[in-house]
Every structure is written in C-alpha cells, then in structure tokens.
Design a protein around this ligand. Structure first.
Ligand SMILES: [Zn+2]
Length: 168
C-alpha cells in the first residue's frame, strides 16, 4: 500500500504539481515554492524474554488483526526511540521494561505502515501482565508454544523470533 498523493500545499493551499527536485520527483507548489517530502514512519519493536519465554501480543487492530506479534508501535515526532519502545510495552502489556540492547534496524519497506523499524531487546523491571491499548491478549510463549500458524507476517517479528530460536 503506497501513500496517496498530497494534493494541496500545506503552506498556502494551492494545488501541488509533480516536479523534479534534486533528481527525484516530488509534489511541489507552483505558487509558493513549498516542496512536500514523504517522511518515513518509524516504529519500535521490542523483544522481551522471561524465563526463556518470549512476550507476544495478539493484535486488536489491522493490519494482521488477531495475529500474534511482538509489542510494537509508532515513534511519535520528537520522541526518543527507546522511550517509545518502553511506552509501547507498558501500554500493550502492562509490563515495565528497560531497553537492554539495540538489535537491528530494518528499512526500505514501503508496503506496510512503517518504513523504518527499530528492533530493541527489553528486560522486565516491574509491572503486571495485562493486555491493553490495541491488543486483545498478551502472554509469554516458550519456543515449543510459539503460535506459528497465527503469527503476524511482520518482518520484525519473524526476524526476532528466528534470532531467538537460532540461539542469538
Ligand atoms: Zn504553496
């Protein structure tokens, strides 16, 4: 799903046109010179282990409604990515974590809702497991219990689960 065109100037309201800017086609305003840039949406995903079981959430929203994924969400404008990771885990699962590692950064994907995904590892420091926000259930899975047939197809979830199963 690519983004729809932006049709009107955010600064003056004039209709935008396609225009070549520094070698790339952009939406530009012929009236005031404003150039629209599609900024990436950035998400944080958190892998949390407890007694060698992985924390997963069942999604209560699209995409991948009803599927199991790792706690994740969009980073707000101006928000520290680590703070966003901690916030998402708290909102979705009730657990308090600290970020213990930066695992990877995925990018270049224009098919989903986030084009850059930052993968963190979190360590539980408090809280009580209770699903909330946009998830319907939150629980820990041992490697043998993982819900592969109901797992979200997000590259981030697959990568982190594979990494865990491969002993990283
Ligand atoms: Zn304009």
């Amino acid at each position: 799903m690519s983004r729809p065109n932006v049709n009107f100037c955010l600064r003056c309201g004039h209709a935008l046109e396609d225009a070549l800017h520094a070698g790339r086609m952009r939406r530009a305003c012929p009236s005031c010179g404003f150039i629209h840039f599609d900024d990436p949406k950035v998400a944080a995903v958190v892998f949390v282990l407890d007694q060698n079981r992985a924390l997963m959430v069942q999604r209560g929203v699209s995409p991948e409604l009803g599927k199991w994924a790792l706690p994740a969400g969009f980073i707000d404008y101006g928000e520290d990515p680590r703070e966003a990771a901690i916030r998402e885990v708290r909102e979705e699962t009730g657990l308090i974590v600290e970020v213990s590692a930066l695992i990877d950064v995925l990018g270049g994907d224009s098919s989903g809702s986030a084009s850059i995904v930052i993968l963190f590892e979190g360590r539980i420091t408090g809280g009580d497991l209770k699903p909330d926000d946009d998830v319907t259930e939150a629980r820990f899975f041992s490697a043998a219990e993982l819900p592969f047939d109901q797992m979200a197809s997000f590259a981030s979830t697959r990568l982190l689960i594979d990494r865990w199963l491969n002993g990283a």
